[in-house]
Design a protein around this ligand. Structure first.
Ligand SMILES: N[C@@H](CC=O)C(=O)O
Length: 305
């Protein structure tokens, strides 16, 4: 169990299981029971928590009612055995703050928040956005994803955000592993969380305290083992286990990451299922690439390679 106040550890960004239902948006309803079972399975396999309503959780395809129920389902499923860090991304501060208030009411341990998602906010606007979200009182993990938001939370800007009460961590998704050291220098009190699967070991070796991304949905126990090896500085063993996983892990940063991770789950016997439109299925070429990457990863995990 994690009691981390910096929202560290292996916290899994969770996808949603949909089932056909003509009355639901796009004919696909969230299967809450299956989602609860998945959250529980992750913590039972050693993960330190779950992150509902991130981009992997297709939050932007949910109705408001669904979005809240997903967060509540996660809290109820893992309560006491892991942390729940709810995605509260919003087009502006009002929406993000609203979702943070609901997360607090529902018993979340923290929130994950992008900068305003609908326009390229300037520095002062980014600070005001996080002040509003942090005023709710839950620990806040800011989310640097300059590909989706067009706002880069640079080490210098993070140093300013770290001054805000309750801002405790950054999920670093830029892909630039140099950022880990730069952030630790600029904002020593801010926890750096590896935000993309294929930079995890590099980031953990350089002082990141968590891993918040998607492929632990496929390989939870192995991810926790890898996390512990990297945190302990066992580079040789971490690299031996990490390298066969990397071709799969790279899909976490690709446009079709949701579909790829759901296919990865199917390939290890879990339920993945479809995505809500406009996300479509993988092309045959991408499908084959994910399967090939997964075959290598699964062989390594099963063979202990
Ligand atoms: N970017 C994803 C996590 C990555 O797998 C999210 O925020 O949900």
């Amino acid at each position: 169990m994690s009691t981390s106040t910096d929202l560290g550890g292996v916290v899994v960004a969770t996808p949603l299981p949909y089932v056909a239902d003509g009355a639901a948006p796009a004919g696909l309803a969230v299967d809450y029971d299956r989602y609860a079972e998945h959250c529980r399975w992750l913590v039972d396999n050693g993960c330190h928590g779950v992150g509902p309503n991130g981009s992997l959780g297709e939050y932007s395809s949910l109705t408001d009612e669904e979005r809240r129920r997903v967060a509540r389902t996660a809290v109820e499923a893992v309560r006491g055995d892991g942390i729940v860090v709810v995605g509260v991304h919003g087009v502006g501060w009002h929406q993000a703050k609203h979702w943070a208030e609901l997360a607090a009411e529902d018993g979340a341990d923290g929130v994950l928040c992008l900068p305003p998602t609908i326009y390229r906010a300037n520095r002062g606007e980014v600070v005001a956005h996080y002040e509003a979200v942090a005023s709710v009182g839950l620990p806040v993990m800011v989310y640097n994803n300059p590909y989706d938001t067009k706002v880069d939370l640079t080490p210098d800007l993070l140093a300013e955000l770290a001054q805000i009460d309750n801002v405790v961590a950054v999920k670093e998704f830029s892909g630039d592993v140099r950022r880990v050291s730069a952030i630790r220098e600029a904002a020593p009190g801010l926890a750096v969380i590896a935000g993309a699967d294929d930079v995890t070991v590099e980031a953990l070796l350089m002082g990141a305290t968590g891993w918040f991304a998607g492929f632990p949905n496929v390989f939870p126990a192995e991810s926790v083992a890898l996390y512990e090896l990297a945190r302990a500085g066992d580079l040789a063993e971490a690299r031996r286990r990490y390298e066969p996983l990397l071709a799969a892990f790279r899909w976490d940063s690709r446009t079709e990451f949701v579909q790829a991770i759901k296919l990865g789950m199917e390939l290890v016997g879990r339920y993945g299922g479809p995505c809500r439109p406009p996300r479509g299925p993988l092309t045959p070429e991408h499908d084959a690439q994910v399967r090939e990457a997964m075959a290598r990863a699964v062989a390594a995990v099963r063979g202990g390679a």
